[in-house]
Design a protein around this ligand. Structure first.
Ligand SMILES: *Cc1c(COP(=O)(O)O)cnc(C)c1O
Length: 383
């Protein structure tokens, strides 16, 4: 047996040697756009607070009012006493926005996927996952103990071939994809995936963490298409454009009722704090009604890609793949010298050899900052 501390120290040395060790850095987000970090004030291109709602006066006021009325915590899981009255309103708002019959709020997006997939899928079933889908969809698939197979990123032919080969041996099948890919910013071909799922008698789950508030008039990736496809399982998070915290699933009434009975991360985890639920409700109200605001992150991302000479942004996320972790870290430091925060994204968050800068654009970024960032990229000072 290896003693624990030397074991941990050796693992950390290995990470350090590969430039993959990560560290926590105090980061004060003061307005949804700027951060105080390492004694400096930087313009952040690394926050997922796409609409800057984490600091919106209405959202904060809703949270404060709920905190004063219901206290700081839910007190228990939602099936016990944690189901304070703010949940029902948030869930009906979400269902309406996503065009679904019902919705269910989880503690976080990660908890949602870790609970939803195993509640619906078991040992005899098949899960096809886009190779670039978020880590928590993978976690859910693995927890389900199903036969889990990756298909090449957005490759419909590959997914179809896998379904043709493996679908017949399994009772139920699920296709799992991000709606907007978190590290690449591209969209999944949802109408074609929905057709494929129907053709092969499979269910489809779409993780719309980066779609809500940004694409499809703020309603998410499904609504980025002229004819929104039917997606039986629309999950997402309230921690990105909604500016707060919490995960969700939108689905039919029957599916939501089953999930609230069977998803272990729902049943055995405490409900979100009242202030968090109230903040999300206020944020969704803004997302549903302020068309102009929800158009801005994508407009800003496109201002950047056009000025930097990059392929046109499809979402608020623009990757700049640099290859090695070392190069990505150096580019990030270079930008920090210029007053910009763009965190280097390294494996295992992205595949080996594709370390990158990932720029996240928000509604409130100033044109001048976007243009200056684009100039730095265009002048290849980062390469
Ligand atoms: C951030 C993210 C999640 C996790 O959501 P949290 O609420 O932060 O746990 C899930 N899926 C995708 C695609 C994400 O980007």
């Amino acid at each position: 047996m290896t003693a624990l501390d030397p074991f941990a120290a050796q693992k950390l040395r290995d990470l350090e040697a590969r430039q993959l060790r990560r560290r926590l850095i105090d980061t004060a987000r003061t307005d949804g756009i700027h951060v105080l970090r390492g004694g400096r004030r930087l313009v952040s291109f690394s926050c997922n607070d796409y609409l800057n709602l984490s600091h919106h006066p209405q959202v904060k006021a809703a949270a404060i009012a709920a905190l004063e009325r219901y206290g700081t915590g839910a007190g228990a899981s939602r099936l016990v006493t944690g189901n304070h009255p703010l949940f029902a309103e948030l869930e009906s708002r979400l269902a309406r926005l996503k065009g679904a019959e019902a919705a269910c709020i989880f503690g976080s997006g990660y908890l949602a996927n870790a609970g939803i997939v195993p509640a619906l899928i078991g040992r005899d079933d098949l899960v096809l996952v886009d190779e670039l889908a978020h880590a928590c969809l993978w976690a859910g698939a693995r927890l389900a103990r199903a036969n889990v197979i990756a298909y090449r990123h957005n490759d419909l032919d590959h997914a179809a071939a896998l379904l043709a080969e493996f679908r017949p041996q399994h009772a139920n099948a699920l296709i799992a994809t991000d709606g907007v890919f978190s590290m690449d910013g591209d969209l999944a071909p949802l109408p074609a995936l929905a057709m494929l799922a129907t053709r092969h008698d499979a269910w489809l789950i779409v993780d719309d963490a980066h779609g809500l508030g940004v694409v499809g008039d703020g309603r998410g990736a499904r609504f980025a298409h002229a004819e929104p496809p039917e997606i039986p399982l629309q999950m997402g998070t309230l921690s990105k454009a909604a500016g707060g915290y919490g995960g969700y699933l939108c689905a039919s009434r029957a599916v939501i009722d089953l999930i609230t009975n069977r998803a272990r991360s729902f049943v055995y985890s405490t409900g979100l704090p009242p202030a968090t639920v109230a903040a999300a409700g206020a944020a969704l109200d803004i997302i549903a009604n302020d068309r102009e605001l929800v158009a801005k992150p994508l407009r800003n991302a496109r201002r950047f890609t056009s000025a930097a000479g990059l392929p046109e942004a499809q979402s608020a996320i623009v990757p700049m793949v640099l290859g090695t972790a070392e190069r990505a870290l150096a580019a990030s430091r270079r930008l920090e010298d210029e007053g910009f925060l763009a965190i280097a994204i390294r494996p295992p968050t992205v595949p080996e050899g594709t370390a990158r800068l990932r720029f996240a654009f928000t509604a409130g970024h100033a044109d001048a900052d976007i243009d200056r960032l684009a100039a730095l990229v265009r002048e290849r000072v980062l390469a």
